[in-house]
Design a protein around this ligand. Structure first.
Ligand code: ASP
Ligand code: MG
Length: 399
């Protein structure tokens, strides 16, 4: 007998039919002799709808009240799924995040889990109940409801799996696994049987929206092997783990694009020690996550500093640079995108970057910035070219 955590996203519990579909998957797992903890998200677009409702009242809601509101979405799902399970003869108990023991810090709307108190879940399992837990929510020291940030249910599932030392953590979604590129956009995109945590982290942060970033970080930290699979098509999905089987010739695991890129240029920065610290120290203080950084060679005692960050952070960065740091030649351009290739195998092989650049060159796509790490190469290009670039790179690296 194993202990299995199964997480179902919003699209998997969208309506009555889908809820019963999920109930059957869960009941089958339980009937096979396993303990099962289920984590669910809010149905369909519920969370977006709740955010829209808040906006009807105020443009500046308190974060505490937002969490009070948003947590209701998952509470609907757990009750309905538990009812469906009981309806098909599988005994189930629903638990909110706080009943399930999710203790978080105080950061409303983006809380972090500080501790899991698993007694209640364990005692329900001991009574042979399936436990249905609300994802995305917890409770802080003030006994206030908190939420974990958008897409946080994945993190809830991994946290439970880690705390209970579950044998498996299955993330059910509406795609069949992790692909080498977005299968809706790239013909020939292939499903990967396995991928490492590090590769998945890069792909997740690059906008391959299968798993929430924080959930992968947590899974890596506690070594919780994840399985991403479809709730609609029963077939093996993708395993996300520390070390993936070395698949012959699979140097690259995926090609991703990220359109949430702002390119900020600071011109005529004095060419003297401490300038980079001044700029990026200040941005760090404002919690701005800087990605690629370029610096031109100096001329006449001046240089240009160019960096990328998310479009959401760009206005804050611009203000900080102009007002606090007193740079007056600062500009921001949102017309770019980032395309990247990811694969642990590139560490030990040469020529991977060249093939990527060749694919872009053959398609007449200009590269504005490049950055590399051991397992990733990213190029900043014009946003309009992004889809074409992903297909071109995918074709040349996978076919
Ligand atoms: N319902 C929340 C959201 O839409 C959490 C989740 O789906 O994981 O962001
Ligand atoms: Mg959702």
């Amino acid at each position: 007998m194993a202990l299995i955590v199964q997480k179902f996203g919003g699209s998997s519990v969208r309506d009555r039919e889908r809820i019963f579909n999920v109930a059957r998957i869960v009941a089958n797992t339980h009937n096979a002799g396993n303990d099962v903890v289920v984590v669910v998200s809010a149905q369909g677009d519920t969370t977006d709808d709740l955010i829209a409702k808040a906006a009807e009242i105020t443009h500046n809601p308190s974060a505490r009240e937002m969490d009070m509101l948003l947590a209701t979405g998952e509470q609907i799902s757990i009750a309905l799924l538990a009812m469906a399970l009981n309806e098909i003869g599988c005994h189930a108990t629903s638990l909110t995040g706080w009943q399930a023991g999710f203790r978080t810090n105080r950061a409303y709307t983006k809380a972090r889990i500080t501790r899991m108190e698993t007694e209640r879940i364990t005692s329900e399992l001991a009574r042979n109940r399936v436990v249905v837990v609300a994802g995305f929510q917890g409770i802080n020291k003030l006994d206030d409801i908190t939420t974990l940030g958008r897409g946080g249910s994945d993190t809830s599932a991994v946290a439970i799996a880690a705390a209970l030392h579950a044998d498996r953590c299955q993330i059910y979604t509406d795609v069949e696994g992790v692909y080498t590129a977005d299968p809706r956009k790239v013909r020939n995109a292939r499903k990967l049987p396995e991928i490492t945590f590090d590769e998945m982290l890069e792909l997740a942060s690059l906008g391959a929206q299968v798993l929430n970033n924080r959930s992968v970080e947590l899974a890596k930290k506690y070594n919780v092997e994840l399985e991403v699979l479809s709730s609609l098509n029963p077939m093996p999905g993708t395993l996300v783990k520390e070390v993936a089987k070395d698949m012959e010739g699979m140097l690259i695991k995926g090609v991703a694009k990220d359109t949430d890129v702002a390119v900020i240029t600071i011109m005529n920065v004095p060419d003297e020690p401490g300038m980079s610290f001044k700029i990026f120290g200040m941005l760090a203080q404002k919690n701005i996550n800087v990605d690629i950084i370029l610096q031109s060679t100096g001329r006449d005692g001046k240089k240009d500093v160019i960096f990328t960050c998310s479009q959401g952070d760009a206005p804050v960065a611009m203000r900080a640079l102009k007002e606090s740091a007193k740079f007056n030649q600062v500009s921001c351009d949102n017309s770019y995108a980032k395309v990247s290739i990811v694969g642990a195998g590139m560490q030990s092989h040469s020529g991977v970057a060249a093939s990527m650049f060749e694919a872009l060159a053959n398609n007449n796509i200009n590269i504005h910035m490049i950055s590399t790490s051991e397992i990733k190469i990213s190029c900043i290009i014009d946003r309009e070219e992004a889809d074409r670039a992903v297909s071109a790179i995918h074709d040349s690296l996978f076919d």
